[in-house]
Design a protein around this ligand. Structure first.
Ligand code: ATP
Length: 405
């Protein structure tokens, strides 16, 4: 079965994403725009779950992290100071091609200024370092965290979500005393791996790769890439970089350590995730096929906490008002109020509904049938095993809550 799954896996994922409303080609009805994708209802839900898990783990659950949401358009002096205008380039026919997306600001010709759509979220945090220190007086070590869009004029966008021109990042800049950098580099390596595991990445396909002196970004003294075995090869999923004091120094920023009464430039450890690649890896890790009733079925085995839909509710027959009313009022409405990510599905016969929900990755399908009207129990079908059990309607919320934990 495993060999069969790997056959055309990317094509299967791309087509499932379109068919089931996860991800579409950008501007599709006008022939598309290379390197852009649009997100449908279930894709947004999956992406939001990943973002929320990251924010909870690295911001809400900690005392040393400060959130930021900086503007995408920044003064072009930022990118001059960091060396991006000079160095952020890929080779193209023997020349260096700067991959920052240029734009112009201002309406009157004489006032028009060149600006860039940010190629990384990191600088939005560095330029707010002083604001953060002045507002919150954090003690070292502390971090800043940001989720947001980044843009790169990639020469050859490809491999679905893997290499786009517009994508999203989740980055942390963690500020430490210079002598502590190695300790915190190790610490963030472990945190990176534990986050991947939490969102359901197939860890048997993740590899840590030490990046050599000649291949690191211009600002980094040590980088580890976490690579994943995609169907198109082993490539980067996320990165961990020791950015030294490069950015703060270039922005002429420093920090007063009040306890030691000294002025220092903190050093920076940067764990950096691309959300789009994480979504792709979450899809690839979750994709399974098996035989059910003599047919091959495809299903996305998401952890319930990551699934775009936690449960789908169906009346057995949609032309029986007593079933529809019960399902709507006594099952769907309370579950929807409790969990939000709950959908109503009465399209086609039950078998078809199950196949559809399997492809969406819905862990539980709940069916209201004629027995429900007399005994107040419903059928709950498990996505992975296909097994069904009768659960009391009054115990449904608790049942699902336990599975989510
Ligand atoms: P690559 O070597 O694959 O071009 P990179 O080393 O330039 O990636 P970073 O600058 O470290 O990438 O960016 C941090 C993260 O942002 C990457 O680990 C990746 O997940 C994501 N990312 C970078 N470029 C793209 C892109 N073009 N499309 C989607 N995600 C991207």
């Amino acid at each position: 079965m495993q060999d069969k799954i790997e056959d055309n896996l990317m094509e299967k994922i791309v087509s499932l994403c379109k068919r089931r409303g996860f991800i579409f080609s950008g501007s599709e009805i006008y022939g598309g725009l290379a390197g852009t994708y649009d997100w449908g209802h279930f894709g947004v839900a999956l992406k939001n779950n990943i973002k929320q898990c990251w924010w909870k783990k690295f911001v809400d659950n900690r005392r040393d992290m400060y959130g930021v949401d900086a503007a995408i358009l920044m003064n072009s002096k930022v990118w001059e100071a960091t060396g991006h205008v000079a160095n952020f380039a890929d080779p193209l026919d023997g020349k260096q091609f700067n991959t920052m997306l240029k734009t112009q600001i201002g309406a009157k010709k004489e006032e028009v200024a060149v600006s860039y759509l940010r190629p990384e979220t990191a600088q939005g945090m560095f330029v707010n370092f002083k604001n953060t220190v002045d507002a919150f007086h954090p003690k070292l070590p502390f971090g800043m965290a940001q989720i947001g869009k980044a843009f790169r004029n990639e020469i050859a966008p490809r491999d679905f979500l893997f290499r786009q021109r517009e994508f999203e990042q989740m980055e942390i800049e963690y500020f430490v005393r210079p002598e502590d950098w190695e300790k915190y580099f190790e610490y963030w390596k472990d945190e990176t791996l534990s986050f991947m595991e939490e969102i359901g990445v197939d860890m048997s396909k993740v590899h840590e790769v030490e990046i050599g002196d000649n291949d690191r970004a211009h600002y980094s003294k040590r980088t580890i890439d976490f690579e994943f075995e995609y169907p198109f090869g082993q490539k980067e999923l996320s990165g961990l970089a020791y950015r030294t004091d490069f950015d703060l120094k270039n922005h002429k920023l420093d920090y007063i350590d009040e306890e030691k009464n000294e002025k220092i430039i903190p050093h920076v450890i940067e764990p950096s995730f691309g959300i789009d690649r994480l979504v792709l890896v979450a899809l690839l890790s979750a994709y399974h096929e098996d035989e059910k009733g003599g047919e091959t079925r495809a299903y996305l085995k998401f952890k319930p906490s990551m699934a775009p839909v936690i449960c789908a509710v169906s009346p057995l027959l949609k032309n029986k008002p007593e079933l529809v009313e019960y399902a709507n009022m006594k099952v769907f409405a309370p579950l929807k109020a409790e969990f939000g990510r709950v959908i109503w599905d009465d399209n086609g016969n039950i078998g078809k509904r199950y196949r559809r929900q399997d492809e969406i990755g819905t862990p539980f399908c709940i069916v209201v049938d004629f027995d429900t009207l007399t005994d107040d129990t419903v059928t709950v079908r498990d996505r992975d095993t296909g097994e069904q059990e009768r659960i009391k309607v009054s115990e449904l919320i608790e049942f699902i809550k336990n599975k989510l934990d």
